[in-house]
Design a protein around this ligand. Structure first.
Ligand code: XMP
Length: 512
């Protein structure tokens, strides 16, 4: 049976991957394509439907992204969202203007009660608007199916041709019944079967990778985190021993982690791949000596990583493909288009300049974290690894405030191990991410009859759905006390334990 696909045509909106994800949640495969793809390419992909995304431009400006009118003649249902709705109106002869009142945020709309797009949606429903232009007049053949106080055409459609458009964003959570609208479009209007599952993604990717790689050699930097582990297994299933995974132990991993990664992917593990472990802790500590500024530390760790990786790559010789476990949120945080760079994530960018290879493969680039985990389970990765909490590329380098030394790494590893062990034993599953970090603060304490002048450990536990915002988790006080006691007693060099209450924003999840 042929795979059904929805093409999300990207006109520069912020939520384009989110639209694809929402469609995949309806069990229909979706991909985001740039609006520069030709009509022939779109036709060749034989999509069941096309969604036009939002975007920051005004359609009536010449330089803004447009699409040839022919797309409306291929007989495929089209759903325009925000800028996409204006583009549909403009291209088909309607009128788009600067709205007298811009709408941002929650808005109530009233639907006409007949549209298939709003089937099972309340007649008055709260949606998320974000626009300065609006459709002043729908094109001929269209009817207006929803309006808000300030927006006369909050939705319009030409049901005969299966063209639908909403000024608001159904894909964001704030549009309360948005998922139902997307379901209506994808399953009812486009008539998709909704039988796509993550195993289809895995199978398709394996085939795509095989076709792309042929008999070439692939090199992957394996960190042992969820993303690169899933990428490694996917690649190893696709090309087996043509894949070499280089695992750089930079001395900034959690306690015992290097050995755990080796146990899964090394010669005694379950996979048929070439695994190279490089123990490079000393080199990293040497480079980090005396460096306190967090972004500098990140840069040094990133650069040294590249150097070590490059040396290993040279030993292997020319590789044809460099694989990376980049996932979608990495792409946004490192600055895609207009989004500001918050931190330099070290698994995006950088590497390609240094290693001699022909092409890059990023099989997980369009997935969100929970989708990567589902792919990992499909691939048979151990649950412990799949549900591992995120661990940043620069490792404990971003959990030690100030200079990084071997001694501080040892302290934070031991404290973190205790914290994680106690949370696990207590059966608490709520924090999405929790760890110990080392503040750079030393203070006076008393232990037995002696004065101490030691470090303060900071415990951090957060809940988050997207890692872009986060809240401190309410960890039972007794548990915190137990952890504090164990850390003070078992970890030399620590005489104080603190619990970080800060949310993100204004804080970040890591402490650096
Ligand atoms: P922050 O500290 O920015 O962290 O609030 C958000 C999430 O991203 C992880 N993180 C990273 N992951 N490379 C990564 O792969 C990095 O450089 C990096 N920095 C932060 C962090 O652990 C949290 O889950």
């Amino acid at each position: 049976m042929e795979r059904e696909m929805i093409i999300v045509l990207d006109f520069g909106g912020q939520y384009n991957q989110l639209i694809a994800r929402r469609v995949r949640e309806c069990n229909v495969y979706a991909e985001v394509w740039p609006y520069t793809k030709s009509l022939d390419e779109i036709k060749a992909a034989n999509p069941k439907g096309i969604i036009f995304t939002g975007g920051p431009n005004s359609v009536y400006e010449e330089a803004s992204p447009h699409y040839e009118k022919g797309i409306f003649e291929i007989g495929v249902p089209i759903f325009g969202i925000c800028y996409g709705s204006q583009l549909m109106a403009y291209t088909l002869g309607g009128e788009v203007k600067t709205a007298p009142v811009s709408e941002y945020g929650h808005t109530d709309i009233v639907t006409d009660g007949h549209s298939r797009l709003f089937h099972s949606v309340s007649q008055k429903t709260s949606v998320w608007m974000s626009h300065t232009d609006y459709i002043a007049k729908a094109p001929e053949g269209f009817t207006v199916t929803a309006h808000s106080k300030d927006c006369p055409v909050a939705a319009m459609e030409n049901p005969e041709k299966k063209f639908y458009a909403t000024q608001f964003h159904p894909e964001v959570m704030h549009t309360e019944e948005g998922q139902q609208m997307l379901r209506n479009f994808v399953l009812d209007i486009c008539g998709c079967r909704g039988d796509w599952r993550m195993d289809s993604f895995v199978q398709t990717k394996i085939e795509e990778i095989r076709a792309q790689v042929g008999d070439g050699k692939v090199l992957l930097a394996l960190s042992g985190g969820v993303d690169s582990s899933v990428a490694a297994v996917l690649l190893s299933k696709a090309v087996g021993k043509q894949l070499t995974c280089v695992f750089v132990d930079q001395g900034l991993l959690r306690k015992n982690e290097g050995d755990e990664v080796e146990a899964v992917f090394g010669p005694k593990g379950a996979y048929d791949l070439n695994f190279v472990r490089v123990n490079a802790a000393e080199r990293f500590y040497e480079k980090l000596k005396g460096v306190e500024e967090p972004e500098r530390k990140r840069k040094i760790i990133g650069e040294e990583f590249i150097r070590v990786f490059e040396e290993e790559a040279k030993k292997i010789g020319t590789v044809d493909f460099l694989a990376q476990g980049t996932i979608y949120p990495d792409v946004i945080e490192s600055g895609l288009g207009k989004s500001a760079v918050i931190k330099s994530h070290h698994n995006v960018g950088g590497l390609p300049d240094y290693v001699d290879f022909k092409e890059i493969i990023e099989p997980l680039r369009m997935l969100f974290k929970d989708e990567v985990r589902r792919a990992g389970l499909e691939l048979g990765l151990p649950e412990k690894l799949v549900f591992r909490q995120p661990f940043p590329g620069p490792g404990l380098g971003v959990r030690i405030v100030g200079e990084v030394t071997a001694e501080k790494v040892r302290i934070v590893q031991d404290a973190d191990y205790i914290f994680r062990e106690e949370v696990r034993k207590a059966g608490i599953t709520r924090p999405n991410q929790y760890f110990a970090a080392l503040s750079n603060m030393r203070s006076v304490g008393v232990m037995g009859d002696f004065r101490t002048y030691d470090y303060a450990i900071v415990l951090r536990a957060v809940n988050t759905s997207d890692f872009m915002t986060a809240e401190c988790t309410n960890i039972p006080f007794e548990l915190l006390q137990k952890v504090m006691n164990r850390i003070i007693n078992e970890v030399k060099g620590v005489n104080r334990v603190m619990f970080d209450l800060t949310s993100k924003p204004p804080g970040t999840i890591e402490l650096e």
